[in-house]
Design a protein around this ligand. Structure first.
Ligand code: ADP
Ligand code: ADP
Length: 229
């Protein structure tokens, strides 16, 4: 589903590579934690998958797309198939919960009929059936992240990329969000989640890929946050 081949990323202003000869594969249906200290290259890796950055060398593949070589006009198609959630939710503040989800479907050209069907399905999936007419400012952090997840899934993405999705949530709410992400993954969606949350990683026992100064330091099948030895 995802493949990095000897990927190095050197930003114009940086002295060392943000990613240094990183190779990894993620199969369809996997759940992967991407961990490592601040500045180790996690966000850069996610941005390369979305073609928000180009690698300095090496190849990036998503499904059948050669991401770095993709024609500019095809980049929107790639991004439509990648769901993204962030620490700060990034909801549209002047639209209701339902409109936030509908917006994701509108921009990919879905019909009125599809939007009317899919929005309630997504709200039910994330457990927010009763909140469709709320404004983002009226939601708790956990609810806001659920809306963001619903929006990210509306176009049936090949992979869900989550960058510190629990970073602004208390531990109990974080656990609820992880239960939801786990359920989504078990239903078939590939998930890649960058996180600093030791407790979550240790509780889930999923694949752990660790970066250090841009290098792949560890790749454990059922890993924990700390070193496995
Ligand atoms: P993480 O997400 O693990 O904190 P990043 O991918 O954000 O790591 O950063 C990796 C390295 O690349 C850091 O040294 C950071 O300062 C640098 N970096 C990230 N984005 C840019 C940028 N747009 N321009 C220059 N350097 C950057
Ligand atoms: P139409 O334009 O006739 O609605 P679509 O191809 O947009 O055709 O959708 C056909 C059906 O597929 C919809 O009625 C809907 O139930 C389902 N569907 C389409 N897109 C999605 C989606 N992103 N998520 C869930 N169901 C979808």
């Amino acid at each position: 589903m995802l493949r990095l081949e000897n990927v190095t990323k050197l930003y114009p202003t940086s002295v060392r590579p943000a990613l240094d000869d990183v190779s990894m594969d993620v199969d369809r249906g996997e759940f992967v934690f991407l961990i490592g200290p601040s500045g180790s290259g996690k966000s850069t890796l996610l941005r390369l998958l979305l073609r928000e950055e180009a690698p300095s060398s090496g190849n990036v593949f998503v499904a059948n797309w050669n991401v770095a070589r993709l024609a500019n006009r095809k980049v929107p198609k790639l991004r439509q198939r990648m769901g993204c959630v962030f620490q700060d939710f990034r909801l549209l503040g002047n639209r209701t919960v339902a409109e936030n989800i509908a917006f994701a479907l509108e921009v990919t050209g879905k019909s009125e009929h599809t939007i009317r069907t899919v929005v309630p399905e997504m709200l039910e999936l994330v457990g927010l059936d009763g909140k469709s007419e709320r404004m983002p400012a009226e939601l708790s952090g956990g609810e806001a992240q659920r809306v963001a997840i619903a929006r990210a899934l509306a176009n049936r993405p090949l992979v869900l990329l989550a960058d510190e999705p629990t970073g602004n949530l208390d531990p109990e709410t974080s656990d609820d969000i992880m239960l939801l992400l786990d359920r989504i993954n078990r239903a078939g969606t590939t998930v890649v989640m960058a996180t600093h949350d030791r407790q979550i990683v240790d509780a889930m026992r999923r694949r752990v890929v660790e970066l250090h100064l841009g290098k792949l330091a560890r790749d454990d099948a059922r890993g924990v946050y700390g070193a496995s030895r």
